[in-house]
Design a protein around this ligand. Structure first.
Ligand code: SF4
Length: 393
């Protein structure tokens, strides 16, 4: 890489204050273990707080999220490392980046499923979130490029493609003609009939467009699992979070999708203990699990991220935050158990992975009765579960 053979690159995450703290801890540990090797720091925490990292004696260079994608900036990094007088920081204004230059393939999983990042950044400013300061504003990969990339994945035998992004329901806002996510989904499915399964990562329900709802109703190859960015169940908290939906809107959304696609399953991200959340308001988050029929919960105990508006709001006691997170997780575990109970006896189409497991169309993990080659799609009857995954007959 640009002649940088003996350099440690630390790619940081900024999503919580804890993630940034761990990055600093990692940098100190690496320097202790390898004192002679230069350390270059990049990623979202470095982008959002470059001076903090440049101020660490262990760090030789800080480069931004956009800069890390260009070969020339790594050549400059080599030159800067050779010159002790060079400025340590090479971090541009991520807010002016208009083009999505990330590599579209975000990851692969057990040779069956590929993740494609079709969008990056976010135009919203939720009061608890630091992500836009690390990733910049929303920008998307043009449809032609997405389709070409998905086609290459199918040619390499991937059975399932997952569309990912920071805010994928804002797909297309910066592209000519402003195509929406629904149009992209329809286009991929139409242009690549060999693609067995198309799946969406987390979505913002208020941004779901008409074509996306049509596709959920009409396209069996669009997988019936939606992970919703709900965050809270009380309108006042949603407002203080600067979310764009109300409680009643998400409940109506889930009901609408369920009418269009009766076999759909829902998951959600919910934050417990946001500043000013009362016990009544928290009860609204607990209720939402039943009202929306959620079966997968990702619970985040609120932790203030320095530099965000929510960090300046009146905070709840940590014990209350932790207790609410625990109660919400228990609620989630019970909802999952209820969902798995309802699956017993059902016949489900399972995409097999390595290691004797697979996933239903609703993304529920399945333990197979006998090992099967990865990448097969089988119709299997569910005979039970172990509280976490289904057991196939
Ligand atoms: S929509 Fe998501 S990424 Fe954007 S600011 Fe809100 S929480 Fe952060």
């Amino acid at each position: 890489m640009a002649g940088l053979d003996d350099v440690v690159v630390v790619n940081t995450c900024a999503v919580t204050a804890e993630a940034a703290r761990q990055a600093r801890q990692t940098i100190r540990r690496i320097k202790r273990e390898r004192p002679d090797v230069p350390i270059v720091v990049t990623g979202c925490a470095a982008q959002a707080e470059p001076e903090q990292f440049a101020g660490m004696g262990q760090v030789d260079r800080v480069i931004g999220n956009e800069e890390k994608l260009s070969a020339s900036s790594w050549l400059q990094t080599r030159a800067a490392l050779e010159s002790s007088s060079a400025n340590k920081i090479s971090v541009g204004d991520i807010m002016v980046v208009k083009r999505h230059t990330m590599h579209a393939i975000d990851g692969i999983e057990r040779h069956t499923r590929a993740f494609m990042q079709v969008q990056n950044g976010c135009d919203h400013r939720c009061t608890f979130c630091i992500i836009p300061y690390g990733r910049g504003n929303s920008r998307s990969l043009p449809m032609n490029e997405v389709v070409a990339q998905a086609r290459r994945l199918v040619e390499r035998d991937y059975r399932e493609v997952v569309l990912t992004g920071v805010d994928i329901t804002s797909y297309g806002t910066n592209l000519p003609g402003t195509p929406r996510l629904g149009a992209l989904v329809k286009r991929i499915l139409k242009d690549i009939p060999e693609l067995a399964r198309l799946r969406l990562s987390s979505i913002d329900s208020v941004e779901a467009d008409g074509d996306l709802l049509d596709a959920l109703g009409d396209e069996p190859r669009l997988m019936p699992y939606l992970h919703l960015s709900l965050q809270a169940g009380a309108d006042l908290i949603l407002k203080r979070m600067k979310r764009r939906h109300s409680r009643s809107q998400v409940i109506a959304f889930c009901n609408q999708v369920r009418r269009l696609r009766p076999d759909v399953a829902f998951g959600a991200d919910i934050i417990a203990g946001f500043p000013t959340e009362t016990e009544d308001m928290f009860a609204g988050s607990l209720d939402l699990v039943d009202e929306c029929g959620l079966s997968q919960l990702h619970v985040f105990p609120f932790s203030p991220r320095p530099g965000t508006p929510a960090a300046r709001m009146p905070q709840l006691d940590r014990t209350i935050v932790k207790d609410r997170a625990r109660r919400l997780r228990e609620k989630g575990a019970a909802a999952l158990c209820r969902y798995l109970n309802g699956e017993i006896g059902a016949q489900r189409r399972v995409l097999t992975e390595r290691g004797g497991i697979g996933r239903t169309e609703q993304f529920t993990p399945v333990r197979l009765a006998a090992p099967v080659e990865a990448g097969a799609i089988l119709d299997l009857t569910m005979r039970g579960h172990d509280g976490r995954q289904l057991l196939a007959a």
